[in-house]
Design a protein around this ligand. Structure first.
Ligand SMILES: Cc1cc2nc3c(=O)[nH]c(=O)nc-3n(C[C@H](O)[C@H](O)[C@H](O)COP(=O)(O)OP(=O)(O)OC[C@H]3O[C@@H](n4cnc5c(N)ncnc54)[C@H](O)[C@@H]3O)c2cc1C
Length: 465
């Protein structure tokens, strides 16, 4: 009998399997796709281009630590200087760059212009917005925590924020944190506006200069770690069922084959996890929480390859911005989009002398499935690239467009997340982005993997001599 079977080879599953394998456990990792990585993936194009279809920039609160514990030493991340993490362009305004409206940023002439364009407030409204951010930041931990599962729209009503300020604050939250302004967690949003001293910020990082390029370097590095840790990896095999018996996990079933294990670690996101149990046996927590995760976003994306870096229309200088360019698109100045030069971080992402600008818009699933909407967003990307840069026609080699239906929890949802150790089912653990840990996205996957390994080590498997 195996010690552990891990269902799903996304970031959380790979990390948990490698950490447990390194601790001497006999681990099987099962992935239904042909390749590991889950939502961390890149398209490797035969002509030497690597397009990242998953995470681009992440706050590294736990990923590096988890990679170290997993023995994944082959991946290098690059840290982005704090002053160069975010900038803002607005479609239709001639490629002008606007001051980034960080919550509570001190008002200056430039910032007030930006607040008007981006947040829809005049100077007096901005003052009220700043005062509201300060009031929310001063709430106690207990008050903040009580709104962890309250959607922002409702939270702002509860906190008696007037309608005009609430509208500006929702836009601010969306622009800064990429949060869905309706369903985001009120507590997470309050925490966004706290000064760093109150909650040390994790360093923003991107995939660095790795052989092969892009975020897929994380996956390559973890695949090597899995192999050194002696983990058996099966790809192109879907787990059909997590087998439960007398209140404990007993293993999994794969195409009629039963694989027995002392512990089962499930890395399948909560919105799919319920399907892995017999209908009468779905653990209560998974059944009740899965339903609340219906707002899962997708991504409408494009990549532009340029011969050399183009010059910014605003200054005439060659662009060298390493962080995220946020975009306000269309007449409504909608947000949800951004651009990043992936080749500034991972030179291996393109043949020498060529630079790739990737653009993406986080969108609710219904938008990703609507061809007209997708075409409108792609057209917006093209217009804005022409507005921001000079010599686009001379330098542009190609543009590729695609959509990703399941991207992330669009982004931080107020929906409750399930615990790592599933209550009332011994030996069943959840890891990944949708687990109840104080971190989001890749950091949540990393932190849950480390905690899961500790739980299994501590109480669920035999001790390794
Ligand atoms: C475009 C995009 C941009 C993003 N940007 C960022 C960012 O900037 N910062 C950040 O932190 N995060 C970002 N994310 C989110 C980040 O990629 C995810 O948080 C992270 O990859 C999720 O990892 P996970 O462990 O939850 O597993 P997942 O990646 O969801 O992996 C689950 C795995 O389970 C497998 N599986 C499912 N069912 C079965 C089955 N029955 N049997 C076997 N295997 C199964 C799936 O194939 C998959 O490989 C982004 C995501 C996308 C798509």
């Amino acid at each position: 009998m195996l010690d552990v079977v891990v269902v799903g080879g996304g970031l959380g599953g790979m990390l948990a399997a490698a950490i447990l394998g390194r601790e001497g456990r006999e681990v099987l990792l099962v992935e239904r796709e042909a390749a590991l990585g889950g939502r961390i993936r890149s398209f490797d194009r035969a002509d030497g281009f690597v397009l990242d279809a998953g995470a681009y920039l992440w706050p590294d609160a736990y990923v590096s630590e988890a990679m170290r514990r997993a023995g994944a030493v082959g991946f290098r991340a690059s840290e982005i200087p704090r002053s160069r993490v975010l900038r803002l362009f607005v479609e239709g305004l001639s490629g002008r760059r606007f001051a980034f409206p960080y919550p509570q940023r001190r008002a200056s002439i430039k910032l007030l212009e930006s607040a008007e364009v981006a947040l829809g407030v005049d100077p007096e409204g901005y003052e009220q917005l700043s005062a509201t951010w300060a009031r929310l930041a001063a709430l106690s931990e207990r008050e903040t925590d009580s709104m962890r599962h309250v959607p922002l729209e409702e939270g702002l009503e509860r906190l008696r924020v007037d309608e005009r300020t609430a509208a500006a604050l929702r836009r601010n939250v969306m622009l800064y944190g990429t949060y869905d302004p309706a369903s985001a967690s009120t507590a997470e949003c309050i925490e966004l506006g706290r000064p760093p001293a109150d909650r040390p910020l994790a360093a923003p990082v991107v995939a660095g200069a790795n052989p092969g390029g892009g975020v897929a370097a994380i996956v390559r590095s973890l695949s090597a770690a899995l192999s050194s840790a002696g983990v058996e990896v099966r790809t192109s095999q879907a787990v059909d069922e997590i087998v439960l018996e007398s209140g404990r996990a007993r293993g999994v079933e794969i195409a009629g084959e039963k694989v027995a294990a002392r512990s089962v670690v499930c890395n399948v996101p909560i919105w799919h996890a319920a399907k892995l149990f017999r209908p009468s046996e779905i653990p209560v927590e998974i059944a009740s929480l899965a339903e609340r995760w219906s707002v899962v976003g997708g991504v409408i994306a494009a990549a532009f390859a340029f011969r050399g870096m183009p010059r910014l229309r605003e200054t005439g200088e060659v662009d060298d911005f390493p962080g995220w360019t946020r975009l306000l698109m269309g007449p409504e100045r909608e947000f949800g989009g951004g651009m990043v030069w992936t080749t500034l971080h991972s030179p291996e992402n393109a043949p020498s002398g060529i630079h790739v600008l990737q653009a993406m818009r986080l969108s609710p699933r219904r938008e990703v499935e609507d061809p007209e909407r997708v075409a409108a967003v792609h057209a917006s990307f093209e217009r804005i690239v022409r507005e921001v840069y000079l010599e686009v026609d001379e330098r542009l080699l190609w543009c590729k467009q695609w959509t990703t239906p399941d991207s992330s929890e669009y982004l931080i949802s107020s929906a409750k997340r399930p615990q790592i150790a599933v209550p009332d089912v011994a030996g069943l653990f959840l890891v990944g982005e949708t687990t109840d840990v104080p971190a989001v996205q890749m950091d949540a996957a990393a932190l849950s993997a480390m905690r899961c390994a500790e739980l299994i080590g501590g109480r669920d498997a035999r001790r390794i001599a």
